[in-house]
Ligand binder design. Structure first.
Ligand code: AMP
Ligand code: ZN
Length: 269
């Protein structure tokens, strides 16, 4: 899930407490392009008696599509990896200024300070712009903001610095993390999974709120065929305008986490 360290609306501590209340024993935190939510999540989890699975999510560019690559258990002090995340965050800030100029041209001015305040010092993204648009009454929901203004080809859409999925996998491995392809059902390019396995992809996020039972079956089979780990998550971004909090909507058996941890140990040695 994503916390307020990136584009989630809840603090890492609040998410840990909610996971506890929902009966979880472990939860994965994978903010976009930052590891900054992890220390607070880990200290909250220690006092609540939960286990945090530390991670990060990198949104990459593959043939004009968004492909999200998760990295679990990366070395949190690996300079090249931290450098990549920093470069990705800087690219987000550069893009924001161009996005706001485009939206202003379209008659939808927004305050740069307000959007940055919504990002609260973390990596700024389109969800923060959508939230600011909703506050100003330009749209009725976050979904509408994406559909009308912020999605690919829409008036407020601007490219940002991104790496390829292959580069993300390689960089995560270099940081001794376990690379996992997030929500493959939203990518719908199964041939990419095979290409990524060739560069070291280790897992597939089979369980996700947007995966239908048929998707789950297909990706379970694919994971088995390619020898990939199976992971899952709610992709919760906290409660937000037009979007319910998804935490708790996906539960996976602990044995899958045990396998992830075994892979981590193999990669570290
Ligand atoms: P960014 O990384 O700034 O380009 O924003 C991408 C993020 O926006 C994704 O990770 C999702 O969290 C969110 N997002 C993308 N499409 C939509 C949508 N149609 N509705 C709501 N949120 C979306
Ligand atoms: Zn994602």
């Amino acid at each position: 899930m994503h916390t307020s360290a990136s584009d989630g609306t809840e603090s890492p501590e609040a998410m840990v407490r909610r996971a506890r209340a929902l009966g979880f024993c472990a939860l994965g935190i994978a903010d976009h392009d930052t590891l900054d939510g992890l220390p607070a999540a880990e200290s909250a989890a220690r006092s609540e008696g939960l286990e945090v699975v530390p991670g990060v999510e990198i949104n990459t560019d593959y043939q004009q599509r968004e492909v999200h690559v998760l990295g679990y258990y990366p070395n949190l002090a690996h300079p090249p990896f931290l450098g990549l995340l920093r470069r990705l965050r800087e690219g987000r800030t550069e893009r924001l200024q161009r996005m706001l100029a485009r939206l202003e041209e379209a008659g939808l001015p927004l305050s740069l300070e307000r959007v940055l305040a919504l990002a609260a010092g973390g990596p700024v993204g389109r969800p923060h712009v959508a939230q600011a648009m909703h506050e100003r009454g330009y749209v009725r929901s976050i979904k509408e903001a994406f559909e009308r203004y912020l999605g690919l080809g829409r008036p407020g859409y601007v490219e940002r610095y991104r790496v390829t999925p292959q580069q993300a996998v390689e960089q995560i491995l270099d940081a001794r993390g376990v690379p996992v392809l997030a929500h493959p059902g939203l990518v719908a390019r199964d041939e990419l999974v095979v290409e990524l396995v060739e560069v070291g992809l280790k897992g597939l996020e089979v369980y996700h709120p947007d995966h239908k039972p048929a998707d789950v079956r297909r990706y379970l089979e694919l994971a088995q065929r390619l020898g990939l780990l199976v992971t899952g998550g709610s992709d919760c971004h906290g409660p937000a305008a037009g979007r319910p909090a998804l935490l708790g909507s996906v539960r996976i058996p602990y044995v899958l986490l045990e396998k992830l941890k075994e892979a981590r140990v193999r990669l570290a040695s």
